[in-house]
Design a protein. Structure first.
Length: 283
């Protein structure tokens, strides 16, 4: 009698593993198809020319700026701008969408991350405290509970200092909906709104590393999707590879996919937008 539950449990675990494997394979197949569709439409040589031109522009700007301005990381980033034919009906402004790229924009060996967790017993906070050493291995310098966030960061200046203290913010997926009100507009203005991680899973380090290795987009109710794809500290080949991967991943998650893409540009914050794709008139 005692063996039957063990058999069911084993079967259940095997079924769950097979289901997880199928989902992973389906996701990988989808990304491969998206990459192929991107390569068929976007000329990688044109992308490389655009990146080279922007790199020259950034170097010129850096030489002209005062030394105090050289520490503005946002001024040294590359972005892919995807112009849509129609505004998507569903928006994701409160939740960032992960877009896989081969070369992460953050270096885990030097980046400092803040992880926002639930406070209630058994829902993340206690476990997070017990995992401080483990989390430090993947750049998590601060574990912040929701109650501490509410109590210690009420004023605008407190929120601003918190925003400036860390390179990236992550949050338990279950608290993401309440964070915009608690964090304030400055986080969104500086593009530091927290990225969701699934802390119901056992391997938190893997969740954090996966989150940090991606770039992000959100669909905010307009006809332009902005995806950060590179930094001036990266090699041009790395930026080109990121651009191709980011376009594939982003378009894959846009309603109607390539059927809703009008044009794509590459730019830096203070440069002109260089075109790398325009939809044919008959599409």
């Amino acid at each position: 009698m005692a063996k039957k539950p063990e058999k069911r449990s084993s079967s259940s675990r095997a079924s769950t593993a097979r289901s997880s494997t199928k989902k992973t394979n389906a996701r990988d197949d989808g990304l491969e198809a998206a990459a192929a569709a991107t390569s068929a439409r976007v000329d990688v040589d044109q992308v490389r020319k655009a990146v080279s031109a922007l790199a020259t522009h950034l170097e010129k700007v850096a030489n002209e700026k005062p030394s105090s301005a050289l520490f503005d990381d946002e001024a040294e980033t590359y972005h892919a701008l995807i112009s849509l034919r129609r505004t998507p009906k569903e928006t994701t402004s409160a939740r960032l969408i992960a877009v896989p790229i081969p070369h992460p924009l953050l270096d885990l060996s030097t980046a400092e991350l803040c992880l926002i967790v639930k406070d209630h017993q058994g829902e993340g906070h206690k476990e997070a405290k017990q995992r401080v050493a483990e989390m430090a291995q993947c750049g998590v310098a601060k574990v912040l509970g929701i109650s501490k966030l509410k109590a210690n960061y009420k004023a605008h200046e407190q929120k601003r200092k918190l925003c400036d203290s860390y390179d990236m913010f992550l949050a338990d997926d279950r608290v993401i909906p309440i964070l915009p009100k608690l964090l304030g507009k400055n986080f969104f203005k500086k593009k530091k709104q927290p990225v969701a991680v699934d802390l119901t899973k056992k391997d938190w380090v893997a969740q954090v590393k996966r989150a940090v290795s991606a770039t992000y987009m959100h669909i905010a109710g307009g006809t332009c999707v902005n995806v950060k794809v590179g930094k001036s500290t990266m090699g041009e080949d790395e930026i080109v590879e990121n651009i191709m991967a980011a376009i594939a991943g982003a378009v894959h998650k846009i309603p109607r996919r390539w059927g809703n893409v009008q044009s794509i540009y590459i730019k830096t914050p203070d440069s002109v937008a260089l075109p790398i794709f325009a939809a044919p008139p008959d599409e």
